[in-house]
Design a protein around this ligand. Sequence first.
Ligand code: GLC
Length: 513
Amino acid sequence: MADAMDPPVFEGVVYQIYPRSFLDTSGDGIGDLAGIATQLDHLVWLGVDALWLSPIYRSPMADFGYDVADHTDVDPVFGTLADADALIAAAHERELQVWLDYVPNHTSDQHPWFQASRSSRDDPKRDWYVWRDPAPDGGPPNNWRAAFADVPAWTYDEATGQYYLHQFLPEQPDVNWANPQLREAMLDVLRFWKDRGIDGFRADVVHLIGKDPAYPDDPPEVAGVGRAGHHHLPEATAPHLRAIRRTLEAPPAAVMVGEVNLPDAAQVATYVGEDLLHLAFQFSLIHSPWRADHWRDIVRYVQGEFDAVGAWPTWVLGNHDNSRVASRVGRPGAARAAMVGLLMLRGVPFLYAGDELGLEDAVIPPDRVVDPGGRDGERAPIPWDGSARHGWAGEPWLPWPPAPEARNAAAQRADESSMLHLTRRLLALRRAETSLRTGGQEVLDVADAVLAFRRADDSGTHLVLINYLDEPLDAEVAGDWRIVVASDGAGEGGSYTGRLSPDQAVVLAEGER
Ligand code: GLC
């Protein structure tokens, strides 16, 4: 059984806020920093430890903030730098950490660095981006495709007669970390925000920053697929991660979770370690069907791969790039059971705002589509109450998710049987019990359609059982156990009978108390 030998760098639960969609106070229908500030007490009540804000930097919003035009200012739609300072201070007063998205692989094409870089081949910032001569036929330097747009990953610049690289939109040119001045400028961004009180960073597609200087063609089997994830070279990225780590550790220290968006947790784990990333996302559960055998394999595999490098894993069920978990699993009861898994597994959980309300993806009519990557559904506004605009000052930029009259924060706070209250009970339990926070973990074979795992340390043992079917199941475990939390609230405080209700997940503690 994996034990608690490696203390995690961060023991808490991170709550991801997509600022555009959280809460609008200004009336323009776009969420803002002031809106986030009004909900801090609610988030303390819920019991999360840190907020991660998707990008708030000044941006033309071609990729809704992942195209940064000024790393040291807040976009006016979100507020001002003073609003950011106020939010950080208000969060700290409540012992909430604030983590910021950091976008190291590219900038906006409107960033002054890129404007200078494209101005002439002799500009001192030319080498801050990736410029290459055309192929002999005048076409792009290689066969890479951009993500989100059906175009090559290279765009020709008439004025200077070369192509620039963009693994995402043409408006998101890749920067060149091999250039020492660019690298220092990117490290300065971390220093700037650490000095303002930011406690941690989420590093966007950080595995892409080290480039293969040969820029080889994609092999035929993946050519044209447009998956930026293929162009990663761990040995080219590692030295930059070391520089980032040194920068993070200089006081005031901050932690980083890297979005190492690779399909295999074993690959992800190689980016984490003593002098590399503190943490990295692994998205296995997002890509898994709602099936016990898949989850069992994933939990065992992830645990093995991260233990092997002495690192603490992360768990993610939702974010701004993927269909919401409630939509993926289909049944509301299953979404509640999935929340039990997310918050009880050994590692750092990342909770996507709105998943605690059981929100599903919004249905986006064709004339309301705004994201080039097809991700509007999971970015729908959060409904805060049952009023006409659900607490928003202006009509939101995207349609509401389904059933906002019931799935809103106020209605669920008033109802102890709600998913919001379930999430709160799970977070409180995780806070109270070190075995569930930092204890070891062992996956048990209890029944085919059940994921069962034991969490334990010197202070005690808990068992977690999840039924993946919408029918009752026998799931006997040896010994006397009582139900501490049940995903449907049924039987909490009573003894566990060895039988799970449809879609039920339970957290059990030993004996009577
Ligand atoms: C990451 C972000 C995504 C963004 C992309 C390019 O995958 O999560 O939202 O579009 O990087 O920055």
